[in-house]
Design a protein around this ligand. Structure first.
Ligand SMILES: Cc1ncc(C[n+]2csc(CCOP(=O)(O)OP(=O)(O)O)c2C)c(N)n1
Ligand code: SF4
Ligand SMILES: [Mg+2]
Length: 328
């Protein structure tokens, strides 16, 4: 009898650490010598995509730099849940200053290392979508334009979560937040506004821009490794579901991240010097409704009668991404 080849990973994901794969293919988290840069004891909500993403990003960067790494953090959930004074969950040199100046602080750290001749030590800066695309945006653009030797990581949970789920310029159309309530005919956040962080980063023609989700952690690690092979300004935009802000089940974080990619709403790709060089294809295309229904921030679209007009507008955004990034 012919045997089926065994698959050691969950369908559509590499989330299990891949301990049963060939050692060269395993994730950093499957290794006993991993750095645990963001270690246990922090206060993130159960199922927090940002905590998961940061853990993988930092451990991959630590491995890529032989643990010669300094992290700079903007204000936001990641900073607040990991460093309630006088405690810290960080097991690497880590600095926090303000909400809006993480890129500028990272530039300063990189410049100081250069002056001291310590080019072996690398710098990662990180922040939420609000810290990155709103208040820290000018500093970030400056970092890109000067091509400073920093990997900047944006953990995109699509709102200001730390302060109670207010809209940011990364909040998607129709989403309910504390400041975009679906009242009367209003469907929540407006259409036609907001910023596309990865495309704006690409417009600076920096050496490397990539997007990733916490549904494909191996892919995320590989992008961090690729970024650390390069010098100059690099930007990684990670899609990180937030169960509290999105009204989703804590156990659904990975599934929702996967659906964001499989609908086409969040294109996963890499770009070098302003040009797209690789795209993660959609494996099983799904309608946006499947993604929206799992989150209470979109519950108002499925009332009586359902807002099929608004859902169709969101589907059009996904369809445009599929065309634009050739996701099929
Ligand atoms: C100058 C300034 N304005 C406002 C705040 C309050 N504040 C702290 S974190 C935050 C929102 C963070 O949102 P985001 O960057 O998306 O990170 P998240 O908490 O969602 O991970 C705000 C408004 C602040 N600390 N400093
Ligand atoms: S509010 Fe969201 S981003 Fe903040 S710790 Fe909770 S799940 Fe994570
Ligand atoms: Mg946010």
């Amino acid at each position: 009898m012919r045997e089926q080849p065994i698959k050691f990973y969950q369908v559509g994901s590499f989330a299990a650490g891949n301990r049963l794969l060939d050692p060269a293919q395993r994730t950093v988290q499957a290794r006993t010598e991993r750095s645990n840069s963001l270690t246990s004891g922090h206060r993130a909500c159960q199922g927090c995509g940002e905590a998961l993403g940061a853990r993988y990003v930092l451990d991959a960067a630590m491995r890529a730099t032989d643990s010669r790494l300094i992290a700079v953090n903007a204000t936001g959930c990641l900073e607040v849940f990991s460093t309630p004074y006088p405690e810290s969950s960080w097991q690497l040199p880590w600095i926090h200053s303000l909400f809006g100046n993480a890129p500028a602080v990272a530039t300063g750290v990189a410049a100081a290392l250069k002056v001291k001749g310590r080019t072996d030590v690398r710098v990662v800066a990180q922040g939420g979508d609000g810290g990155t695309l709103d208040i820290g945006f000018a500093c970030l653009s400056g970092l890109f334009e000067r091509n400073d030797d920093v990997l900047y990581v944006c953990y995109d949970n699509e709102a200001y979560m730390n302060t109670g789920v207010q809209r940011s310029s990364a909040t998607p159309p129709a989403a309910r937040t504390a400041t975009t309530k679906p009242v009367g005919d209003e469907a929540g956040n407006v259409f036609g506004q907001g910023k596309n962080g990865p495309l704006i980063a690409m417009a600076h023609e920096i050496p490397y821009v990539a997007t990733a989700t916490v549904a494909e952690l191996h892919d995320l690690e590989q992008k961090v490794e690729r970024a650390m092979e390069l010098g100059g300004a690099r930007y990684l935009h990670v899609f990180v579901p937030c169960p509290l802000g999105w009204g989703s089940a804590s156990s659904a974080t990975i599934e929702i991240a996967r659906l964001a990619k499989e609908t086409g709403l969040f294109p996963v790709f890499e770009a070098e010097h302003g040009e797209v060089v690789s795209v993660s294809k959609i494996r099983r295309r799904v309608p946006v409704e499947e993604y929206l229904r799992k989150q209470r921030r979109f519950a108002h679209l499925f009332g009586e009668p359902p807002r099929t007009d608004v859902i169709a507008q969101i589907q059009a955004i996904a369809d445009r991404n599929v065309e634009r990034f050739r996701l099929l």
